[in-house]
Ligand binder design. Structure first.
Ligand code: 8OZ
Length: 361
């Protein structure tokens, strides 16, 4: 039976083990929405993960929704990310960059010329974001026009190319947590008519077109996607039929031959089996519908992770918060060592404290 500590062939990319550092927003990308020397050190420290997925990184200035998150649309950003990937590779690790557009989870103060956020809809959620002045309500969005879609898809294409130029081993399209792509997927948000609204086929069209385009640009073996069928994070209700929606989506992704599907099980950072769900979600059925490499996330302990790998219910396990407080998490799991406590008040923004100062064994 496979274990967490066995190597893994991720569509031709060798991973030392099956523990993945999940994408984690840290709001320290200063100056200019760029990684800096501290970012390089942070990822270098965590390079014994089988794979690092970077923090969510905006594909364009319009894709930003929080203060001091990194981007991958300028030459300076590509160069700065190059230092991160060099350090991770020198330490024997691999990294995929998570490509992000927040859609309606943003504030005019964070967007070029005070623009309104864009989405599938012009309806505003009661969500909060973090801007220069602290926590603020998100601003009312503007529904994208259908004729803006080719430009948006091209922004994903360019960002993927930039990530590869910056030395990343691949990219993960962020289609989770109710940011832009999930705002198109769900009928609880998407109130459009036309080619990108209405039927499941139409609501999945944008994600599928982005995946096709990005796969053509950088090679399908370098492209993953993150989904979160049941989360209500960012004040967003579930789809009326999550099982049908996400099954259709992974069936469309299957023929592309992508590197993996990464699923947040349950409420992001919360209950794995939400009590308020009308029907439980069958993740095993979704895995079967896809048929390729399957990465899971959300509150996995070492024991849960080990048995998921042993039973074959997942190929890779993404771990979030414990990787923040334990740079050497793989070794600690393997040796049964104690884990450092997370400093929750130092998650977002700030400097080295709670970022690069967690001790290793
Ligand atoms: C926490 C705070 C801000 C952003 C996500 C990128 O949930 C995020 C995020 C998480 O995917």
């Amino acid at each position: 039976m496979p274990t967490l500590y066995d190597s893994f062939d991720l569509s031709g990319i060798h991973l030392d083990n099956r523990l993945v550092m999940a994408p984690l927003t840290r709001n320290r990308a200063t100056p200019g929405n760029k990684p800096n020397a501290l970012t390089v050190e942070y990822y270098r420290q965590r390079a014994t993960a089988g794979l690092i997925i970077t923090e969510a990184t905006q594909i364009s200035p319009m894709g930003q929704g929080y203060i001091d998150t990194p981007g991958i649309y300028s030459a300076d950003q590509i160069e700065a990310w190059g230092s991160v990937s060099d350090a991770v590779h020198a330490a024997g690790g691999k990294l995929f960059m998570q490509l992000w557009h927040v859609g309606r989870i943003s504030h005019t103060s964070l967007l070029p010329d005070g623009a309104s956020p864009v989405s599938s809809t012009d309806r505003k959620p009661n969500a909060m974001t973090f801007a220069a002045e602290g926590f603020v309500e998100v601003s009312a969005p503007r529904a994208l026009r259908d004729d803006e879609m080719p430009g948006l898809i091209d922004d994903y294409r360019k960002a993927a190319r930039n990530a590869i130029d910056a030395g990343c081993d691949g990219v993960e399209i962020h289609s989770a947590n109710n940011y832009l792509l999930e705002q198109f997927l769900r009928d609880s948000v998407n109130d459009r008519s036309g080619p990108y609204g209405g039927s499941i086929e139409n609501r999945t069209r944008l994600v599928v077109e982005i995946m096709q385009t990005v796969c053509r640009e950088v090679g399908a073996n370098r492209v993953g996607i993150r989904l979160s069928p049941m989360t209500t994070f960012n004040d967003t209700p579930r789809d009326s039929d999550p099982q049908a929606l996400y099954t259709y989506l992974v069936e469309q992704l299957k023929p592309l031959g992508i590197a993996y599907v990464h699923v947040v099980e349950g409420e992001t950072g919360g209950a794995r089996e939400p009590e308020d769900a009308a029907r439980p979600f069958d993740y095993n059925a979704l895995k079967a519908a896809f048929g390729g490499c399957w990465m899971v996330n959300n509150g996995y302990s070492k024991e849960m992770a080990g048995s998921a790998i042993a039973q074959g219910s997942a190929d890779l396990i993404a771990i979030g918060r414990p990787f923040i407080s334990n740079p050497d998490l793989v070794r600690r799991f393997e040796e049964g060592a104690e884990l450092n406590q997370l400093q929750e008040d130092k998650l977002y923004g700030g400097g080295a404290a709670g970022y690069t100062d967690y001790p290793t064994l």
